[in-house]
Design a binder for this molecule. Structure first.
Ligand SMILES: [Zn+2]
Ligand SMILES: [Zn+2]
Length: 721
């Protein structure tokens, strides 16, 4: 091969051809550096028949500058990049950039110097040297690590190096991760779990594409079950990817994984240090990371030999990325499994309607775990009709809920109050003049956070210190908080039960893995009586003394811009209800609502998941909504309002007229201003059989807009704000 076609990491450029200098050996997937005008650009060698471009005569080709020291991206990952770009109407460069997500890793790893004992004794022995020599038997590490280990100063160890008692060893900086042991601590499975586990083991052995839906109530032991599939992949020497919806769940997962396999898995998420990401990326590509647990971006890692993908809490909305490439990691995970020819397990207690539909159609194999593990029974669910039993003025907890909490406090058990709203109050206004605090960059109210004495926008991050006087009329002591957030509920608990130990659990209070770990330890040790939390507490945790769950406002989820609001509400409340009574003690769930007759609430009360899914399916079928039809959204934005409106009108005006695709809008988006940009939206509803992506490409492709206008396409959207 003396010429190659490159997919270059610049979305504005098409494929480019280059000459391969003599002596450079490349194959499809090789990552290279190429000249681009006076600059350099990273590119991936691609099959030219799959990446059409204009032919450039040999004589005009510029030579590549070099190949990067990483293994070529394998064909299944290249196919996944093509598919994702095509399906979500994104550029291949922006998808490929997610695969090359650690620029440090691409530059290659270095080496560091470590030291170990030679066996020689120093000519002059001191008590410190003596202590170091015995502490470092069989150890190897940097001087600093060894000094920590031996409890001596680094100077003592340098003296031992000079005396030839310690010798230097050069080791690669990005070492392989310790290998998980498939037979470290095999679990005791119930017969139902064993049957599911056997199915996963067989599927991993078969080395075939097999999408599977693991459907089990909370507490049924889904994790233990799919761990057996993980163990089988490890026995075969293959790699495993486990996707979790949020980093907050990772700590708990790591503990369970380590108990089962002896060592922790490799972690991948965007908040990691550069050096940790580099090591993880390199070892994933070289096979020295056997099991990766990560956020959605782990989906595009360059695995050397992937044998199984698990998507845990597969119904979670956070698998959907809402900026950049707007992909759904759950769906892309199934596609990756297809290209890799391996099984994919989607695990959930409340599967997405889309996944259930695929199971019903026979596309996914459905595996059920109906019973709670260890004989624990499902909690009792009671509806509190707030129209009949309302909380006292200025309070949010109804008397029956307070009474139930009181009983728990007397018995030394724990209560959990769930309200999916961060901060103290969602709106602050002036009682004198009616002024409302609004974000200057977004059409959204500022949320009061009393713990940090700030008003904050939850959309763009804008913050101001809570003022003492109204900025409009200047009155002091006139600002009123409207509605509750978790902090306000915690205040109410403190007023009613001054001695109760309360923890507020939100992304504000649990902002790091360490803080999450501290909270979990305290809760498990019985040092917390009442947990007040957002959706962060709805899953993953297992607190044996937690016997009461109070849902403060079950109607909240039905508001807002979620296209699947009823389903999301059902999932969230069912998940949080599942926290109650997970061990020997039975649990109770109290749901506060003003709409006890709503299908979501009625189904929760009756434990009738099937009835809810049936009613929701009927509604979606009638509306042509997913999974029976398809949606897409077009978002037009600009800093100039008139420009945004004009571009949206132009797009609306040239909408295709087809029998199987309907276009609604443009209209100002519910969040009509976001981060200083004015926004308009169009919603597209298509029959399943329609050529949705192709139609949108042909529609939007020829349209020109002013430079400041951005047009984003969201295929299978979740949020409609
Ligand atoms: Zn005022
Ligand atoms: Zn804002």
């Amino acid at each position: 091969m003396n010429r190659v076609r490159l997919l270059v990491m610049n979305a504005a450029l098409g494929p480019l051809d280059y000459r391969v200098p003599d002596g450079m050996s490349l194959e499809p997937g090789s990552v290279v550096v190429a000249p681009l005008g006076p600059r350099q650009v990273t590119g991936i060698v691609w099959e030219s028949e799959r990446l059409p471009g204009t032919e450039v005569p040999d004589a005009r080709l510029r030579p590549l500058l070099g190949a990067l020291p990483v293994p070529p991206l394998r064909a299944p990952l290249r196919r996944l990049i093509e598919w994702t770009a095509d399906y979500y109407i994104a550029s291949m460069a922006s998808v490929a950039r997610m695969a090359l997500s650690s620029s440090a890793a691409l530059r290659g790893g270095g080496t560091i110097t470590e030291y170990r004992l030679t066996g020689a004794l120093p000519p002059r022995m001191t008590p410190q040297r003596d202590a170091a020599l015995s502490a470092l038997e069989g150890e190897q590490g940097t001087i600093r690590e060894l000094a920590d280990l031996a409890g001596v100063s680094e100077a003592v160890l340098r003296g031992l190096v000079n005396a030839d008692c310690l010798e230097a060893v050069e080791v690669a900086i990005d070492r392989p991760f310790p290998a998980p042991r498939p037979d470290h601590a095999p679990p005791d499975l119930s017969p139902g779990q064993q049957e599911a586990a056997d199915r996963f083991v067989d599927a991993v052995k078969a080395r075939k594409f097999a999408p599977m839906l693991l459907d089990g109530v909370t507490g049924s032991g889904k994790t233990e079950t799919y761990f057996e599939g993980v163990a089988e992949a490890l026995r075969l020497g293959r790699q495993v990817l486990v996707l979790l919806p949020e980093i907050a769940l990772t700590q708990n997962f790591l503990k369970r994984f380590e108990a089962r396999f002896g060592v922790a898995p490799t972690v991948w998420h965007s908040a990691q240090k550069q050096s940790d990401r580099r090591r993880a990326w390199r070892q994933v590509s070289e096979g020295g990371a056997s099991v990766v647990v990560g956020a959605r971006s782990a989906l595009f890692l360059p695995f050397r030999d992937l044998g199984l993908i698990v998507v845990d809490e597969a119904h979670e909305i956070s698998f959907k990325q809402d900026d950049g490439v707007r992909y759904n990691a759950r769906d892309v995970a199934v596609m990756r499994a297809r290209f890799e020819r391996i099984p994919a397990i989607l695990a959930s207690a409340t599967p997405a309607l889309e996944s259930l539909q695929m199971a019903e159609a026979g596309v996914y194999e459905k595996i059920d775990l109906p019973a709670r593990f260890g004989g624990a029974v499902l909690p009792d669910i009671r509806i509190l009709d707030l129209r009949e039993e309302s909380p006292p003025r200025g309070r949010w907890l109804a008397p029956s809920l307070v009474k139930a909490m009181e009983e728990r406090l007397e018995r030394g058990e724990q209560s959990l109050l769930f309200l999916n709203r961060r901060g103290y109050a969602p709106l602050t206004l002036c009682r004198q003049c009616g002024y409302r605090f609004q974000c200057p960059n977004c059409s959204a109210w500022l949320v009061e956070h009393r713990l940090t004495r700030r008003l904050a926008c939850h959309h763009c991050g804008h913050q101001v210190t809570s003022p003492e006087a109204c900025p409009e009329c200047g009155e002091k002591d006139c600002l009123a908080a409207c509605g509750p957030g978790v902090e306000r509920i915690a205040d109410e608990v403190a007023e009613i039960f001054p001695d109760a130990r309360t923890a507020v659990v939100t992304s504000d209070t649990l902002s790091s893995p360490d803080k999450i770990g501290e909270f979990v330890d305290a809760a498990q040790a019985g040092e917390i009586d009442v947990i007040v939390g957002t959706q962060l507490v709805t899953k993953g945790y297992h607190f044996p003394e937690l016997t009461l769950v109070g849902v403060v406002d079950a109607d909240l989820g039905l508001e807002g811009g979620d296209l699947r609001a009823a389903e999301r509400s059902y999932q969230q409340i069912a998940q949080v209800a599942g926290r109650a009574g997970r061990a020997a003690k039975p649990g109770e769930v109290l749901i506060q609502t003003r709409h006890p007759e709503a299908p979501v609430i009625a189904a929760l009360a009756a434990y009738d998941r099937d009835a809810f899914y049936e009613a929701e399916s009927d509604a979606r079928r009638n509306a042509g909504a997913p999974p029976f039809g398809r949606w897409a959204a077009i978002i037009v934005s600009s800093e100039d309002e008139a420009e945004a409106a004009e571009a949206a009108r132009k797009i609306g005006g040239s909408a295709p007229r087809l029998d199987d695709i309907a276009v609604y809008g443009p209209a100002p988006a519910p969040l009509s201003m976001l981060r200083g940009r004015y926004r308009y939206r169009l919603l597209i509803n298509a029959r399943r059989s329609a050529a949705l992506q192709q139609t949108i490409r042909e529609w939007l492709g020829p349209l020109d807009h002013p430079q400041g206008v951005r047009v984003g396409v969201d295929i299978d959207p979740y949020s409609f704000v």
